[in-house]
Design a binder for this molecule. Structure first.
Ligand code: NIG
Ligand code: FE
Length: 388
């Protein structure tokens, strides 16, 4: 049978039934991978035999990270905009249009190569599930191309035609919403599972967001939402009301927003790399967790608001500045991401899960936050296939 990962100092299963606490921690453990799935997880002494062995030499083993929010179909970069922000200019959604122009001018192969480069960069850092949004095309042909290319590479694809109103529709937001909800949706829905809207002043308001999400639901997609990123607003409550799998950003929350999330199945996906890269205040994860909301952590990797693909960096910032414990942050970056994507096969390492395994060059998951910025990935398997 398959491959045995032996001599695991600390195994994070995220299955409370298998081990200690919410992370389902096992010590002196082994893991058997077979046919792309986890066949067995438990104490070393009880491990069944396997064809091949990998000696983890006492290190920590985790489920691969689940990055449930990224924008990876784009061309160009915006380093100058970042530098300007670091000398005081605020982040503005208008920068999205710079990337739209670069993306529209790129060939399919250029977009595909950039996407593959980023997904490979993520895999090297332990990310084994990637969600990828469109949103830098903003025409029927360009958005269709973005979701089609995303579907070749990413695990989960999200149609984000409603990212901003493109310049050719300036002054006619209603016309653009009409396009998104009709021809664009029809062209994109076959390639996507999710529909997303940037619900924010300067992007789409509550009634436009509701209309776009409802059309997406009608086309068989499930909503997720960019909500409350730049200021408090209707986004989070709308996400809950529309049954969204996730409300993402959640940077500025009222008590009513926190209550709504706590009393719903909608996951609060926090994106600490964005606050880092835009000098915004960090969201308070503790407030959400204490209220009973489910929290996921993701990168939001994109050329504007956060050009980092590192989930380990998100974990470190969430622990240092968002009042999460290391265990909570690791859970949110794995099992939390899986919840946000409504996936039961990833973000955990129990029997039947996809064999997505991250071996850390460290004795425990705490080292992810304890040693920020230090490369600590020793080995990664995705679906049982060794990466890198
Ligand atoms: O999630 N806020 C909307 N969209 C992206 C940023 C896109 C960009 O600046 O290019 C985000 O932060
Ligand atoms: Fe985003």
């Amino acid at each position: 049978m398959g491959i045995a990962i032996t001599n695991i100092g600390e195994l994070v299963t995220n299955e409370p039934g298998l081990g200690e606490g919410p992370l389902g921690l096992l010590r002196d453990a082994a893991l058997i991978l077979d046919g792309g799935a986890v066949a067995w997880a438990g104490p070393s002494v009880a491990a069944p035999a396997a064809d091949e062995a990998y000696d983890a030499r006492g290190r920590a083993v985790l489920p691969g990270f689940v990055d449930s929010h990224a924008h990876l179909v784009f061309a160009g970069e915006r380093a100058e905009e970042f530098a300007a922000r670091m000398s005081g200019r605020p982040y503005a959604a208008g920068g999205i249009r710079t990337t739209v122009a670069r993306t529209r001018a790129a060939t399919d192969d250029e977009l595909r190569a950039n996407l593959r480069r980023l997904v490979a960069e993520m895999a090297r850092q332990g990310t084994t599930t990637v969600e990828c949004k469109s949103g830098y095309g903003l025409s029927v042909e360009q958005e269709e191309r973005a979701v089609r290319i995303a579907a070749e590479v990413a695990d989960e694809v999200t149609f984000l035609g409603a990212h901003v109103v493109p310049s050719e529709y300036a002054g006619d937001a209603a016309g653009y919403v009409r396009l998104v909800t009709t021809d664009m949706l029809a062209a994109c829905a076959p390639h996507a599972r999710w529909i997303d809207v940037f619900c924010e002043e300067g992007a789409f308001d509550a009634s436009q967001t509701r209309e776009i999400l409802a059309a997406g639901i009608g086309a068989g997609l499930t909503p997720r939402l960019h909500a409350n990123q730049l200021r408090a607003g209707p986004g989070v409550r709308l996400a809950v009301e529309m049954g969204a799998a996730s409300a993402d950003h959640c940077t500025f929350l009222t008590d009513a927003d926190v209550d709504a999330l706590a009393n719903s199945e909608t996951v609060a996906t926090l994106l600490p790399g964005v606050e880092f890269s835009t000098r915004q205040p960090y969201p308070d994860a503790r407030r959400l967790i204490d209220a009973g909301a489910t929290v996921a952590l993701a990168t939001d990797c994109n050329p504007g608001s956060c050009y980092s693909s590192s989930m380990a960096f998100c974990v470190a910032v969430a622990v240092r500045d968002m009042r999460m414990t290391p265990a909570e942050a690791v859970w949110s970056a794995t099992a939390g991401g899986a919840r946000a994507l409504r996936r039961t096969d990833v973000g955990r390492l129990g029997p039947g899960a996809r064999a997505d395994v991250l071996v850390l060059d460290a004795p425990s998951h705490v080292h992810l936050a304890y040693r920020p910025g230090v490369p600590q990935v020793a080995a990664v398997w995705k679906g049982g296939v060794a990466q890198g």
